[in-house]
Unconditional design. Sequence first.
Length: 455
Amino acid sequence: MHVSHHLANDPLTRNIVYPFANASFLARNPPLCIEGGDDVYVFDRRGKRYIDGQGGLWNVNAGHGRAEVKRAIVQQLDKLSFYSQFGNTATLPAAELAEVMCRMAEPEGMRRVFFSSGGSEAVEAAIKLARQYWRLSGHPERFKFISLRLAYHGVTLGALSLNGRTPYREQYEPLLPGFYQVESPYQYRNPFTADPLELGRLCADLLEREIIYQGPGSVAAFIAEPIQGAGGVIVPPPNFWPLVREVCDRHDVLLISDEVVTGFGRSGSLFGCRAFNVKPDIMTFAKGINSGYIPLGATMINERIAQAFETHDESEFSPHAFMHGNTYAGHPVACAAAIANLRIVEQEDLPANAKEVGAYFLDRLKEMAVRHPNIGEVRGMGLMIGVELVADAETKQPFDLSERFGAKIWEICVAKGVLMRNLADTFIISPPLTLKKEHVDLVVDVFDQAISAVE
Ligand SMILES: Cc1ncc(COP(=O)(O)O)c(C=O)c1O
């Protein structure tokens, strides 16, 4: 593919490999360069202002440029920019943050935290903790993992093997053995039933059938996002998670809640699993843990898992030692940012704001959908919203992506100062949790006009 010399030489695209992107497309359509941020707004190179309807990448929960977070970062840098958690050294911010997180996740029964640098790493650690837990408990044969179709758990080979979307997987196959996916409770698109509770029951049954088929004694854990995010904001029926917990208990399978997007308020509850009244055994975090000011991931384990790692054997290579960790595990600057960020989450009760403003957002979008035959479904929970566009609402036939229906709407929204993520013609709305109703009105008006223009 030939591209014009001028565009191929754009400094934004000349030397970088972008994530999840087609280099030829980007060479011809250079990305929008963001240079500034203030609360729910970001600014481009010309100073044009946008409402950040995607909250960075559903991670800037406390908003851009928060003075409290910046101050915590600078104070930590003034003291110490880095020291390692390896080889019997430690830093205080990680220990303090772990204490804060264990207090916040006390109702879920979480006891300890392992730190890393992002969501994929947090999931990777969860996989290894679960496998080692079963070895330490005398069941090394429990090594398999089950996840959901349409799941997104990250990009490292372990996390990728849990993902449930073919285009993300197929270029990198073969993936790890022992990883299986079952049907996701996707209310808008499933071949089973239109009744949500029946669907919740059925999908939990399918999980149980898979566990039995694999041999219940061979499954280490089931992992899922409380609300599937990158799969298109798929909110499960209310009975799904409680039934999943029952299925896992019946077969002694661990339950891992991937809270990388839902953690710390986005769903309208502090944690996604709390919204469904379920206590997992392991929880994974990143993104909203410090609103993206510095990369950070975390994996929490409950008392049951934590206890298995306790031993009288104090040798370095004891099977009870967790033989895993990145240089940046517990990075003091990232942890200091997280402590300041979580203080904002609690003091400003951002989960409550996400719940209230999210409900208003959903109402306004549903009102708008009535006027647009190409909106198949508006769905979401808290400030995690999906708007699925379809060529035919009657048959739910998706658009051929080469028609660029969603892409054209996206371009108009950007021109009018609204950023949302268009993922295969589902618009994902995930703004900072500080969003107000007046911002919602603005986003909905622009979205409405953009859809009308393209229709
Ligand atoms: C639920 C979930 N888990 C894990 C990840 C991976 O996180 P990261 O991109 O920080 O590696 C993501 C990223 O979007 C996610 O949505």
